[in-house]
Design a protein around this ligand. Structure first.
Ligand code: FES
Length: 160
């Protein structure tokens, strides 16, 4: 793994994992960052292992920056095998794993991932804000639905 943050992010993006809808998920969480407008959705699938209910798979979709996607890749890897309680105790920095500490300008990118995880686990997103456990199958579908039905999410085309 490279020793500067940007290189570690590039490495993670070169090997993206766990992206996309988890069709048979047990939990889904969606948040939007008030800081940059990016959004993330995380799906969790649980299974029984050694008498404990643990996360078997985690996946995500993002309208977000490279750092958020890299942190989500690391996070969805490390969530496997953890209980909901263990997962809920992970901070944004923990979730970044091998990426190491996030630069000050990127801390909210990690918090977007932390918020999606907490939203999926049923807690209150930390430092993020957005629709609670959305029901549309994909993040893009949710944005379309909310735009069509006048939901809380406001979508403004960039060419206006
Ligand atoms: Fe928005 Fe990174 S700039 S999540």
């Amino acid at each position: 793994m490279n020793d500067d943050f940007e290189s570690r992010v590039r490495d993670a993006l070169a090997n993206p994992e766990n992206q996309g809808e988890l069709a048979d998920a047990d939990a889904v969480g969606t948040v939007g960052s008030p800081e940059c407008g990016d959004m993330m959705r995380m799906w969790l699938k649980f299974s029984e292992k050694d008498g404990k209910r643990v996360i078997d798979r985690a996946s995500f979709q993002a309208f977000g920056c490279q750092t958020a996607i890299a942190v989500a890749t690391m996070a969805t890897r490390m969530l496997k095998g953890r209980t909901a309680e263990e997962a809920a105790n992970l901070s944004a920095e923990d979730l970044g794993g091998e990426l190491g500490p996030l630069p000050p300008m990127k801390i909210h990118c990690g918090q977007l991932v932390e918020g999606a995880l907490r939203n999926a686990l049923g807690g209150t997103p930390a430092a993020t804000d957005g629709p609670p456990n959305a029901t549309a199958p994909t993040l893009a579908a949710d944005i379309r639905d909310q735009a069509a039905t006048g939901g809380k999410l406001r979508v403004v085309p960039i060419d206006e």
